[in-house]
Ligand binder design. Structure first.
Ligand code: COA
Length: 206
């Protein structure tokens, strides 16, 4: 985890691990995940924002390569999300560096993309809650952002449920794959988080 360039994310206290929630297994990306993720990412609804279409298998493979490299270089990146009840890969949830919006760097973003089959069950909120917990404990970050197009109402709802607040509208620069975007910058700060530590002088739990 050495950095010989200007860091685009805040330093992390310790590397992120895998996490199990009530209904999800959240784990580090492996190169082999491209196969299971290709049909998920091919769904147009999954990448409607920002691309208006699903990803090709090649684009999914490139995405997975970046995640594997991110884990190696940063000690954290997005998790693959698996549904515990079925073992099925349903998409991703977790933490990444929002390099597509240089004005907010250094920063860490919480994000989610799940197969439409499993929308409406609260999985995104469940996984992203675990990501925020890890960001503020294991990684020791002071804040986490999320950059969401306001028309993406499902994701705006998830951010609201996570207790994130809107900081300001932002303009996301265009790329070869898409035009410029108008989005909202959401933020959650560690300081705003309810503490689970006992108050000083409190008795330890029996
Ligand atoms: C965002 C997303 C993960 C929602 O996940 P989820 O696990 O279904 O989230 P929840 O069950 O907590 O539902 C959140 C909202 O999704 C919306 N939603 C749920 N099921 C839906 C469906 N079948 N169709 C449309 N919207 C739906 C609802 O508006 C819900 O909000 P509500 O509580 O006001 O009803 C999912 O919509 C998704 O993967 N979208 C594509 C990827 C994406 O845009 N990612 C974010 C980029 S910034």
């Amino acid at each position: 985890m050495t950095t010989d360039h200007a860091p685009d994310h805040p330093p992390v206290a310790a590397p992120l691990g895998d996490v199990t929630t009530e209904r999800l297994t959240l784990r580090r990306f492996r190169a082999a995940d491209a196969e299971a993720l290709a049909p998920v990412f091919a769904e147009p609804a999954v990448w409607r924002y920002p691309y208006g279409r699903g990803l090709t298998a090649e684009e999914t493979a490139t995405f997975v390569e970046k995640r594997v490299a991110g884990w190696d270089a940063q000690g954290f990146d997005l998790w693959v999300a698996e549904e515990r009840a079925t073992g099925r890969v349903i998409g991703f949830v977790g933490l990444s560096v929002p390099r597509f919006l240089p004005e907010v760097l250094p920063a860490v973003e919480v994000g989610w993309r799940l197969h439409p089959d499993v929308w409406g069950r609260g999985y995104a909120t469940e996984g992203a809650t675990a990501a925020l917990d890890e960001a503020f404990t294991t990684l020791g970050l002071d804040e986490v952002v999320s950059i969401i197009e306001p028309v993406n109402t499902a994701s705006v709802r998830v951010a609201e449920r996570l207790g994130m607040e809107v900081v300001r509208p932002v303009t996301v620069p265009s790329t070869p794959e898409r035009g410029e975007l108008t989005a909202l910058l959401f933020r959650r700060r560690a300081a705003d988080r309810p503490t689970r530590r006992p108050a000083p002088g409190a008795r330890p739990p029996a």
